[in-house]
Design a protein around this ligand. Structure first.
Ligand SMILES: Nc1nc2c(c(=O)[nH]1)N[C@H]1C(S)=C(S)[C@@H](COP(=O)(O)O)O[C@H]1N2
Ligand SMILES: [Mo]
Length: 253
């Protein structure tokens, strides 16, 4: 039996066993909380690929969505895009697709939008709740038509990580997810945060939200989406800037 399955059953047993004997005791509440925690954990880990990340109420949105990592890409190209209100920005979609695409912000906003209030968990140990608006990645991928050999989606960002002031593919932040995660309904390309255009500090004009994973998967400053059949030929070969430095590729919450 998997650990997830066992925790699920234990959570159930805790609830049933506790009801008659412990209803007055202080530990009952604690046990209930523990049971709920375990069911939530089990739900996330047992139900698999289709499981949804928790969504919150609008009243739970954090006052300010903290910025982390790059807050202003150190690149002449990016500064030029900001100066012109991102009118010249284009998202490139290419690699293992039938129809490579270049989409501007207006085109992305013409696709059916999705809004979701979710919690962002950074590996450093802090969380913030934000209201994101964007387009499901699935819709963009369907326009491009992934080829049968496509297995991963790679996100190339505008921010150089080595002080080179180059928006060049060798030095920028990047990330990747598999196709199942890419087609998950809560995986969106977000252009709005808390009912306003996505701020530069949080990845303008477009950033990834992949809600069942940790903060470093949420690639900001998207420039290019590349479909590939394997990750070992890309950059350090581990599927992301932090992954190449030793972080987990699957950063499940
Ligand atoms: N392009 C890019 N994306 C990035 C980062 C970055 O430095 N550059 N930092 C990551 C990390 S570690 C976190 S926690 C989140 C922070 O997103 P925020 O600035 O909106 O809080 O973005 C992630 N995506
Ligand atoms: Mo993070």
């Amino acid at each position: 039996m998997s650990i997830g399955r066992r925790a699920f059953l234990l959570a159930g047993a805790g609830l049933l066993g506790g009801c008659d004997r412990l209803s007055d005791s202080a530990s009952f509440t604690a046990m209930l909380r523990q049971a709920q925690f375990l069911s939530r954990w089990a739900q996330n880990h047992v139900t698999g690929a289709g499981a949804l990340a928790q969504e919150f109420g609008e009243d739970e949105v954090s006052g300010e969505f903290r910025s982390n990592g790059t807050s202003m890409p150190d690149s002449a190209i990016y500064r030029g895009l900001v100066a012109n209100g991102f009118h010249d920005w284009l998202l490139q979609v290419d690699g293992a697709v039938r129809q490579p695409l270049q989409l501007n912000l207006a085109q992305l906003k013409m696709l059916p939008p999705r809004t979701q209030v979710t919690r962002h968990d950074c590996v450093e140990g802090w969380s913030v709740i934000g209201k994101w608006t964007g387009v499901q990645l699935a819709r963009v991928l369907n326009l491009a038509g992934p080829l049968p050999r496509a297995r991963f989606v790679v996100f190339h960002c505008a921010d150089p990580m080595d002080g080179s002031d180059q928006t060049a593919p060798l030095s920028t932040y990047y990330e990747s997810i598999d196709l199942a995660e890419a087609y998950h309904p809560q995986t969106i390309l977000a252009y709005g945060l808390n009912d306003a255009p996505l701020p530069v500090a949080n990845g303008a004009p477009l950033r990834l939200r992949v809600e069942r994973q940790l903060g470093y998967k949420q690639a900001k400053y998207l420039m290019r989406i590349e479909l590939v059949d394997r990750l070992d030929g890309i950059r350090g070969g581990k599927g992301g800037y932090w992954e190449d430095l030793g972080y987990e590729w699957y950063a499940g919450i």
